[in-house]
Design a protein around this ligand. Structure first.
Ligand SMILES: Cc1cc2nc3c(=O)[nH]c(=O)nc-3n(C[C@H](O)[C@H](O)[C@H](O)COP(=O)(O)O)c2cc1C
Ligand code: SF4
Length: 603
């Protein structure tokens, strides 16, 4: 079915299409896999040989990304989103139902090679879950009826283009518009305004705007841009981070769908400010379905002289944009991991300093900004920095897009000026009887109801945009456990504290979930928190314990009711593990059991 002896000619053709450029290795592997179904050992060898690079490098990249397959997968390969809000909507039961209808075990390939079913992290469809990816295409609003339909289509081996379009419908679900989402801008209008100001005048407006990054860290955008502009090196680069992997966030998906042109205009505005000629949009693999319209939007801008050489007739204003696909690795949203991935490597975060502004893509000064940050620069170019800074709060200028999901009547996208209280947001999205909100995704903060007066702002409750709502019927332990599993799955394994710490957390939560926990386990969690916070190499590791620590502090009974005893309970059952030795020695008397003596004494 899937060729082990893939023709080297096919690989050479694909590598040729990418100019034989090893920095495009990830893109090459994605394209090759599209043709071959999976990356068999022979394929990996052929890619290494066509690029004249060590096989181990190709093998390392192929093994890093979840959407690259070193083992065969089904002709229909389905991945259910395993985020907590999707679980709340019944994703686990739906997946079990599909597997039983198709006679396939989760994580296994069916004997006839037709189908494989598994899970993946949040696919950015939290407002219309449960959802899954089938051969990379999102299927939304799953129900038992839809699962029956999907099973039937697969059994009949109907190719994806023949499936009902309704199954693939992705809605924007915009429920509240403010400055950005209500902006109706003609292509090039913001750029014309910035070009008229000159590069320095435009940077001055950016400085006056106090715009801070919307990707999470909230770094002041103008400071980043100035550092890049002033860094030594003629070849500057602008990168848009569209990796949007934080569980529960999907606002960049909507901007990429609705406002792609504004995003590309924002990238071009950044290029004008820093003097960049090259731009990249790093698009998460889960949003691959948006690739074709995004490429079309870029082509249109080229045709209108809004990209390319001498943009809008400004001498020396040359800039163009390429799109690179990610392949299912959350850590690649971290900007230095993203740069590694963009260079065709494993997405391992870099040691900093040096920072990307001076040593970014291929060592060149690079600006990395979030989709929303870049789109917002259009508002600044059109209306001026001061007007932008006039909304929001003192330390958080402008508006923020929230991706709302979970227990509410109207999940979707809401844009508010910074400073909006949590309770107002809950009211607007139709949420009632709410015990907690997870703001900022798995790595964010869990707010209990007594904190709902707090405000969305960098100085109070910062967020990249995720806003997950949990009513009083939810068990906050399950929520935290889902996030812990997510981090353990997504840890890139580069540094020991994170690799081991996230695994230990996962184990501790499992033990508690099975009702075998003791108070010492709760103390251990606090100890692992300190380890991860102090010794992790990147933000993934340091944020990993946040949901457990927050819920332990604010919803402690959810943990305490799972304790078997107040003393130590081992996670490992030594006595059971020695059963084989007892059998071999023919002994099964009380003295051959660990703990028997202790039990005798207690008895
Ligand atoms: C584990 C991890 C994942 C991240 N994921 C994203 C992401 O998906 N999108 C994003 O814009 N920033 C993400 N960030 C933040 C980026 O590293 C970076 O700060 C951001 O892209 C800068 O853009 P901004 O200044 O416009 O916010 C992530 C950070 C970490 C530590
Ligand atoms: S903290 Fe985790 S994700 Fe970050 S580099 Fe270390 S192992 Fe990788």
């Amino acid at each position: 079915m899937i060729p082990e002896d893939v023709p080297a000619a096919l690989v050479r053709r694909i590598v040729g299409r990418h100019g034989g450029d090893a920095t495009r290795l990830l893109q090459i592997l994605i394209d090759v896999q599209d043709e071959t179904g999976w990356l068999a050992p022979g394929v990996i060898t052929a890619v290494a040989s066509a690029l004249s690079i060590p096989r181990s490098r190709v093998e390392g990249v192929a093994g890093f990304y979840q959407f690259l397959h070193k083992q065969p997968v089904g002709r229909f390969h389905l991945l259910f989103a395993d985020n907590i809000t999707e679980r709340m909507q019944g994703s686990v039961e739906l997946m079990a139902s599909l597997c039983s209808k198709l006679w396939v075990e989760p994580g296994r390939l069916s004997e006839d090679g037709l189908v494989s079913v598994g899970t993946t992290s949040c696919i950015g469809m939290g407002d219309q879950g449960p959802s899954l990816l089938v051969n990379g295409q999102p299927l939304t609003r799953l129900s038992h009826q839809r699962i029956n339909q999907v099973a039937e289509l697969i059994r009949r081996e109907v190719p994806l283009p023949g499936w009902p379009a309704e199954l693939f419908r992705v809605d924007d679900n915009i429920h509240r518009r403010d400055a950005l989402l209500s902006l109706d801008m003609a292509p090039g209008a913001a750029l014309r305004a910035a070009v008229a100001l000159g590069r320095d005048g435009w940077m001055e407006q950016m400085r006056a705007s106090n715009l801070r990054g919307r990707g999470g860290a909230g770094f002041t955008t103008a400071v980043k841009w100035m550092a890049c502009r002033d860094a030594p090196g003629a070849e500057k680069v602008v990168v848009c981070n569209a990796d949007e992997g934080e569980p529960g966030t999907f606002k960049d998906r909507v901007l990429l769908t609705r406002m792609a042109d504004m995003l590309f205009e924002g990238m071009t505005l950044a290029a004008w400010a820093v003097g960049a000629r090259r731009g990249f949009l790093y698009l998460r693999g889960e949003y691959r379905y948006l690739l074709a319209p995004l490429l079309e939007a870029i082509d249109l801008r080229r045709a209108e002289n809004l990209l390319g050489r001498g943009i809008l007739g400004a001498p020396g204003f040359d800039f163009d944009i390429e799109i690179h696909l990610g392949a299912g690795a959350y850590v690649c949203g971290e900007e230095t991991a993203l740069l590694e991935s963009l260079e065709g490597k494993r997405g391992t975060p870099r040691i900093r300093p040096p920072f990307p502004v001076s040593h970014g893509y291929l060592g060149r000064p690079t600006v990395v900004n979030n989709v929303e940050t870049l789109a917002k620069t259009c508002l600044i170019a059109l209306h001026g920095g001061e007007a932008f800074a006039a909304t929001g709060t003192a330390q958080s200028a402008g508006t923020k897009l929230l991706s709302i999901s979970g227990d509410c009547a109207q999940p979707g996208i809401y844009e508010y000026p910074f400073g909006v209280p949590i309770e107002r947001v809950l009211e607007d999205c139709g949420a009632s009887d709410i015990q907690a909100v997870q703001v900022g995704g798995a790595s964010g903060i869990t707010l209990a109801s007594y904190e709902f007066h707090r405000r969305i702002a960098f100085e109070d409750v910062p967020t990249a945009g995720a806003f997950m709502v949990f009513d009083s019927s939810r068990d906050l332990f399950d929520v935290a456990r889902n996030f812990v599993d997510f981090f353990a799955h997504e840890s890139c394994g580069f540094c020991t504290p994170c690799r081991v710490g996230t695994a230990l957390l996962k184990k501790a939560m499992k033990k508690l979930a099975e009702g075998r926990g003791a108070k010492t386990d709760l103390a251990d969690i606090e100890w692992i928190d300190r380890l991860l916070k102090n010794a992790s190499h990147c933000g993934l590791g340091s944020a990993a314990p946040n949901p457990v620590v927050d819920t332990l502090l604010k919803f402690r009974p959810a943990y305490e009711r799972r304790l078997q005893s107040l003393d130590f309970e081992p996670a490992f059952d030594l006595d059971a593990a020695l059963a084989a030795a007892r059998r071999a020695s023919g002994r099964d008397d009380p003295a051959a059991h660990i703990g028997a003596e202790e039990a005798d004494q207690k008895g």
